[in-house]
Design a protein around this ligand. Structure first.
Ligand code: EPZ
Length: 422
């Protein structure tokens, strides 16, 4: 079983190059079914979630080639909307984007309920509300979501919660619906804009992505395209937090600094220097000057929930008492038990964590509870005295391309080690 072995304490210096965004790549690959043709998709991260999504498309009949690193070419000419079984969807929340895409393109889809990281109940009621508003019939039986329609008609849909997944799924379903669909209270994450740009490159008519109101005018024909995925905001933020926590001077390349503003602002609150370039951010951190701060997660442009575990970890050794409020998910503090094993002083009360800075963390065997919690354990290992061993790293591999290489490239002591079964 593979684990990460980290010897903490090294300051980090140099450059880290950021990969394409996981949470843009997954809906974009799903949306390539609309082309009925070839789509060349660039800046695709080589991570296990993307490999799983490619397998699902191949299962539907697509041919996917990788002509060079970071590029896939999807041939969607022979896709059919067959049932996608549980063993394919269990690993991946984003598998449910095939519901919207296949429904819009073929008038039907049957996809097993999705898996993904567990942070409490993850309902899909807003996805269903959107499909039904467009005229689809939705049944959930034996853990299979079955959606079908004779024809989809544009409609006005107000999302009761700001949901990334529902915004994307309803957008996908509306792409070929007759007439105008208006999604109100839409999520505004950069990956939603990226998906809209990809859909428009294939001939769709989607406007307003990145604002609270998205308008989609249905089209009947779409075509192939070449498209390059945006850089990963959360991967970049994770390395920014790591450098801030451990100390050093690292330039994070291939980013869109605007997407990182909420993270940059909080790092500055902690006393870390962030210098924005055109496509880079430079992080300069001197461990002893860092101070506590207050963080509250919220949908974009707020502080991303997917950075909450990494930031909480950084705060473990900041001077004073920090407050972290998790306002998106009900249950995203589970990993804090692992930080406590490493000497962190954290009290959790409902949606709020109070973190009182300690001088240092110390090494301990820990587990990745989910993708970002796993990234937090990596940061904790880099901060800690001694050798930290992190188990269950397949969850980290879901979202971080070449993590060991990127960290060792800036001076960290991190190895992937294959242990005999425990
Ligand atoms: C996406 O999940 C991301 N996943 C998550 O990132 C991320 O944490 C989340 O957005 C929030 O930013 C992918 O993009 C694949 P939501 P998603 O629908 O779409 C409630 C990572 O680490 N809700 O925006 O599932 C829900 O319970 C992953 O990369 C409903 O009530 O999140 C939550 O409280 C993990 N009904 C809130 O909305 C619904 O129908 C936001 O969820 C849908 C959601």
């Amino acid at each position: 079983m593979e684990k990460f072995v980290i010897r903490g304490g090294n300051k980090l210096h140099g450059n880290i190059n950021i990969s394409g965004a996981k949470n843009a790549a997954l809906p974009i690959i799903a949306a390539s079914v609309f082309a009925g043709d070839f789509c060349r998709i660039e800046n695709v991260p080589d991570i296990s979630d993307v490999r799983t999504m490619i397998k699902i498309l191949e299962f539907l009949g697509a041919k996917v080639e990788k002509p060079e690193a970071g590029v896939i070419v999807v041939d969607s000419r022979n896709i059919t909307p067959v049932t996608i079984p549980d063993e394919m969807t269990r690993k991946l929340r984003a598998s449910y984007y095939l519901l919207g895409a296949l429904l819009s393109n073929f008038g039907k889809a049957c996809v097993a309920l999705p898996g993904g990281c567990y942070f409490g109940v993850r309902p899909i009621d807003q996805h269903i509300k959107g499909f039904e508003a467009l005229g689809a019939k939705v049944d959930i039986e034996n853990a299979l979501v079955n959606v079908q329609c004779d024809e989809l008609y544009g409609s006005s849909i107000y999302l009761d919660v700001v949901s990334v997944g529902a915004t994307i799924n309803v957008m996908l379903a509306a792409v070929k619906a007759k007439g105008l669909t208006v999604i109100e209270n839409a999520a505004r994450e950069p990956h939603i804009v990226d998906l809209a740009n990809f859909l428009n490159s294939m001939g769709a008519d989607v406007r307003g992505a990145g604002t609270e109101v998205i308008k989609i005018r249905g089209v009947s024909n779409m075509h192939g395209c070449t498209y390059s995925i945006i850089p990963d905001q959360i991967e970049a933020g994770t390395y920014m937090a790591a450098v801030a926590a451990v100390g050093g001077d690292v330039t994070i390349d291939n980013v869109i600094p605007k997407h990182l503003e909420s993270i940059t602002n909080k790092l500055e609150d902690c006393g870390v220097t962030v210098i924005e370039g055109d496509e880079s951010v430079r992080i300069i951190s001197e461990g002893n000057r860092r101070k506590a701060c207050r963080v509250k997660t919220s949908p974009h442009p707020g502080f991303p929930t997917d950075m909450q575990p990494q930031f909480t970890t950084l705060l473990c050794t900041c001077n004073g008492t920090s407050t972290v409020v998790e306002d998106v998910w009900d249950n995203r503090f589970k990993y804090i038990d692992q930080l406590r094993r490493m000497g962190a002083n954290i009290i959790v009360n409902g949606d709020t964590a109070l973190i009182t800075g300690v001088d240092k963390l110390h090494a301990a065997p820990v587990e990745a509870d989910d993708l970002r919690a796993g990234a937090a354990m990596v940061i904790a290992g880099l901060m800690a005295e001694g050798e930290t061993v992190i188990g269950n790293i397949k969850l980290i591999d879901r979202g971080y391309e070449m993590l060991v290489e990127k960290l060792t490239g800036v001076g960290a002591d991190v190895k992937r080690v294959d242990f005999e079964e425990d």
